[in-house]
Design a protein around this ligand. Structure first.
Ligand SMILES: [Zn+2]
Length: 474
């Protein structure tokens, strides 16, 4: 107990004005590359890592402020390679799924999101997430302060892809009223059109070109495959990575042939084969399993259908308060649900059946990609109904462990590999000299069980260390 209060006092000091250098001393360092240093030292110089190693490798001068983390575990901050700033974690952010304009008009939901640029960042830092990729949303997700002005210690790093190029656009649900000039979907209708889309995204400042490649309707496969290739070529010419939603094996292979750098979801419909694995490796592409989002969509629908609020597993109290309030009142959308589904159970039961089948296929595919030496990254699809910004990283990492990945493999997927996949590999993601000082302190050993990320005691972003209790959202 005395030890703990000394640590607490030292950390309290660290919260004051920074001396030039400080050091976390005596912890087990898991650096995000696969390396572990027992009884290590992490030296932080302002916002950067100045040295990471043993006591001999990183000698400390008398001016360096020491913070004792003996018995604790130091990891890089988590990187979530698939989030949506324009989605809330409840169905109010997915009007194409269900909307009651009299209850939660999407225009008002977006206005609330834009009015508070720090909103999801608070949930991220509270959960130990220090970098994210927004894989698609309206133009404001690229140009707005939520994702632009993030080079500071109270924000996660953000890269944002912006509007999605797709043949399955649903702008009528999203771009109505005051939002009509802010399309979330760009058309995939002709070669000239997709080239214009890519030029528009490049001019907007998008960090990647995202194609929402829903399964092509029968008869349009060749036409749409050709447009996917054209989009890939235009992205390459523009110097932007291609990232693709393609959840069927055939479409995922097509995405890789088009040059995809990141598959933002698992292949869900069939076991991946040797051809898929060799395409993935040839592109050096990253594979984002997103294991929990489908199940959460179904749980959200079930909650609205039954009127019973879903239970939320939020160990570190990081879920957004306003969204928790809406999740707690599913009855508010029951009338809209009855209108949309006509009270029929069949489509609903089918969806649950599919989720069960897909979970099994996704787990097998994750192991196959791992066994083939493919690059796997942590990705939640946060913002979708009941996949909450922040705490969903714990659920996703635990699902990856249940699917058969080892904790050490998951740590690499959730840090160094994910940072590289989202274009931030030079800046963050591993504990290496010169990188940004984004790191976590855990009480439990994450090499034994990935659940240890629930025992988060401190978060450092850009060299500023905070106790997790100070970052709680609720
Ligand atoms: Zn998504």
């Amino acid at each position: 107990m005395q030890m703990r209060s000394i640590v607490a006092a030292a950390i309290l000091l660290a919260g004051g004005p920074l001396s030039a250098r400080e050091a976390l001393v005596g912890g087990t360092i898991i650096d995000g590359t696969g390396r572990t240093i027992e009884n290590g030292v992490v030296v932080i110089d302002r916002s950067r890592l100045a040295c990471v190693g043993s006591a001999t490798e990183c000698p400390l001068d008398r001016k360096t402020r020491r913070i004792d983390v003996a018995g604790k575990f130091v990891t890089p901050g988590l990187v979530d390679a698939h989030v949506h700033f324009a989605q809330t974690g409840w169905i109010d952010g997915r009007p194409d799924g269900l909307e009651d304009k009299a209850v939660y008009p999407y225009e008002a939901t977006v206005a609330a999101l834009r009015a508070d640029p720090g909103r999801w960042h608070r949930s991220y830092l509270c959960s130990g997430v220090t970098a994210v990729l927004d894989t698609g949303g309206a133009p404001w997700t690229v140009t707005g302060p939520q994702t632009r002005d993030t080079d500071r210690s109270d924000r996660a790093h953000v890269r944002a892809a912006g509007p999605l190029i797709t043949h399955g656009g649903r702008n009528e649900f999203y771009a109505y009223g005051s939002l009509k000039d802010e399309p979330m979907f760009l058309p995939m209708e002709s070669a000239a059109q997709v080239r214009a889309d890519v030029a528009r995204l490049k001019a907007m400042g998008a960090a990647a070109i995202k194609v929402w490649y829903l399964d092509p309707p029968k008869g349009r496969e060749d036409e749409l495959d050709a447009l996917l290739m054209e989009t890939g070529a235009a992205a390459r010419a523009a110097g932007l990575p291609l990232i693709v939603h393609a959840t069927e094996l055939r479409n995922a292979k097509m995405a890789l042939r088009a040059g995809a750098h990141l598959l933002v979801h698992s292949v869900e419909d069939a076991p991946v084969d040797a051809e898929f694995l060799s395409l993935l490796k040839a592109n050096d592409a990253a594979y984002a399993p997103t294991l929990v989002v489908g199940r959460n969509w179904s749980r959200a629908t079930l909650s609205i259908a039954t009127g019973e609020a879903a239970t939320i597993d939020d160990p570190n109290r990081c879920a957004d308060t306003a969204i928790m309030e809406r999740i707690g009142k599913p009855q508010a959308l029951h009338a809209a649900f009855l209108k949309d589904w006509g009270g029929k159970v069949t489509p609903f039961a089918r969806r649950f059946e599919a989720v069960g089948r897909e979970a099994y296929v996704m787990a097998g595919n994750l192991r196959a990609v791992r066994d083939a030496g493919g690059r796997i990254v942590l990705a939640t699809d946060a913002g979708n109904p009941l996949t909450l910004h922040g705490p969903s990283v714990n659920w996703e990492m635990e699902a990856m462990q249940a699917a058969g990945m080892t904790p050490t493999e998951i740590i690499v997927a959730a840090t160094g590999a994910a940072a590289r996949a989202i274009g931030l590999g030079e800046a963050t993601g591993t504990l290496e000299r010169g990188k940004e000082a984004d790191l976590l302190v855990l009480a439990d050993d994450p090499r034994k069980d990935i659940k240890a990320f629930r025992s988060l005691t401190h978060v450092m972003r850009a060299g500023v260390l905070k106790p997790q209790s100070d970052l709680r959202v609720r």
